[in-house]
Design a protein around this ligand. Sequence first.
Ligand code: NAI
Length: 255
Amino acid sequence: MKRFDHAIAVVTGAGSGIGEQTAKKLAGEGAKVVLVGRTESKLKKVADQINEGLSEPAAVVFQADVTQEDQVDKLARYLSEEYGGLHVLINNAGTSGKSSVLDMEASEWDRIQDTNLKSVFLVSKSLSRLMMDEGREENRAIVNVASLSGHKAGAQIPHYSSSKAAVINFTKALALEFSKSGIRVNSVSPGFAETPLTAEGLQNKRFEQAIQEHTALGRVGKPEEVANVICFAASKEASYMTGSDLLVDGGWMIK
Ligand code: NAI
């Protein structure tokens, strides 16, 4: 028996990085995974890798921009018609940018808040109804991907760090609201992981070295290492954990 046998799971931003690795791990452990994102070709590539050699596909693709309420509601209708319910939701889609407060356009502030925070609200609101239809004894969990930056301000990312701090607190509010329905809600806060989001910065060797020096474990993380913790929080092994934030930062915060 695998950890996610019979589970229906949704991963947003599943076309690359942490979302891709999380989707692969969930599928590898028995889940049927719906890969959600804006770029169909990226999602399809991940789905093909997951489904290769399987008699029945474990991954399907659903194209949606998670900042758009109508597209999120369309996803909920699709899930209801195809599967009739949902067990695991990973709110992973996110983006970043660089600016001081004084130089930032309001539209840039909105772009980051919409992608990182509003999307978590929209997707959780729309899809959680499907999770409530499942039996109380079934494992049902939401995991929101926050950030180390939600705990600690970073230079030139005031919009990013405030959006992620809000995700951590929204997670706690949602955990409280959903506790009566038996849906657990937790967040995972990665430190620096090697993904398309950080690729440009990490090309700068001095920046990479500074991160390595500041990280207790002395290296940048791998997206798989974050995915492992996301899957733990989503699994019934974490059955007594809700409203928590799990730091996966290689010891950045202790140094
Ligand atoms: P990534 O850029 O590879 O993944 C983000 C995914 O979200 C992309 O596939 C992107 O297309 C998708 N996405 C963005 N906006 C979307 C929208 N409106 N609708 C649907 N999909 C959308 O980067 P990574 O690193 O895998 O990021 C995943 C999460 O981890 C993000 O929430 C990020 O903020 C968080 N994180 C990443 C860290 C890192 O060092 N890589 C550190 C801390 C947090």
